[in-house]
Design a protein around this ligand. Structure first.
Ligand SMILES: NC(=O)c1ccc[n+]([C@@H]2O[C@H](COP(=O)([O-])OP(=O)(O)OC[C@H]3O[C@@H](n4cnc5c(N)ncnc54)[C@H](OP(=O)(O)O)[C@@H]3O)[C@@H](O)[C@H]2O)c1
Length: 255
């Protein structure tokens, strides 16, 4: 995961992944046909739900299916992906996504979800009762709060962009040139508030879980969404002359 994160960040330095607003009108046929956004998002994200559930439901240890710390962390992962793989695809009306992107993401999501669930179901133990128990509890509470704040920011910002897109296309914009400048809430501070929320979520999850697999997912998320946010930020600045100069790409006041 850490190697993949480094390669992903490097890849983003060399090229822009062709989906969403960064997809050019004409792209290499190697990327394959375009799938409608809702179908693409469902296909590429649903392995997260299936992967995590299949590990949890077949694990002989029952604590990951109960209200234990393991079960709670698994629930956080599942709640995010119920939204991302079922609710979000039903709502989004974005541009088509090339098949190759969908296939790569499916591979990543299968790998990541089974790894996260395997760690929580088979490896992680939060009941050792040693001297570090208080510290673990503090990290669990702080991480869970960070996850919750990130989740709210992510869902609200996604909804904001979906509404923006609906408004501009129904006002007669061409389907592929429907972009308007996002304003309000965290978009006043960053171009990609949805990415900021998602990155906070997985950072919180890593803090709460205190494990290497969870940390690797948080690092991967930053390494994917950070460079992509910088690219989107550059795109916004090039498209809108009056784009606010003080607005950052992904982290308010910083980056
Ligand atoms: N964990 C991870 O590594 C990871 C990786 C990728 C994505 N995600 C999450 O998946 C979600 C979607 O990602 P994304 O890359 O598709 O986000 P995005 O580029 O911000 O697009 C989200 C939706 O809003 C529309 N939109 C974006 N900017 C707009 C504007 N200025 N005006 C009008 N409509 C606009 C897009 O339409 P178009 O599609 O037509 O541009 C799309 O339907 C995010 O919440 C992100 O955090 C997570």
């Amino acid at each position: 995961m850490f190697i993949m994160a480094a390669l992903t960040a490097l890849g983003h330095l060399c090229t822009e992944a062709p989906f969403g607003k960064l997809r050019k009108e004409r792209i290499s046929p190697w990327w394959g046909p375009l799938l409608p956004a809702g179908i693409a998002w469902f296909l590429l994200e649903v392995p997260n739900l299936l992967g995590a559930l299949s590990v949890a439901l077949t694990c002989p240890r029952a604590d990951c299916r109960q209200l234990t710390v393991n079960g709670f962390l698994l629930m956080m992962f599942l709640i995010h992906y119920i939204n991302r793989s079922i609710v979000y695809p039903l709502r989004t009306r974005g541009r088509g996504t090339p098949l190759a992107i969908v296939l790569m993401a499916m591979g990543f999501c299968t790998y990541n979800s089974t790894m996260q669930a395997h760690h929580l179901c088979y490896v992680a133990r939060f009941d050792s009762g040693d001297g570090a128990a208080l510290l673990r509890l503090i990290l669990l509470v702080a991480g869970s709060l960070l996850f919750l704040i990130g989740f709210i920011i992510n869902v609200q910002s996604d909804a904001h962009l979906i509404n923006l897109r609906k408004a501009s296309t129904s006002a007669g914009g061409r389907p592929d040139d429907h972009y308007t400048m996002p304003t309000g809430a965290l978009f006043e501070y960053v171009s990609c508030a949805n990415y900021f929320g998602e990155s906070l979520e997985w950072s919180g999850y890593a803090l709460a879980a205190g494990s290497l697999p969870a940390l690797s997912f948080a690092v991967y998320t930053w390494s994917f969404l950070g460079p992509r946010a910088l690219q989107q930020h550059g795109w916004y600045r090039a498209k809108f002359d009056d784009y606010p100069k003080s607005r950052k790409a992904i982290i308010p006041w910083l980056l």
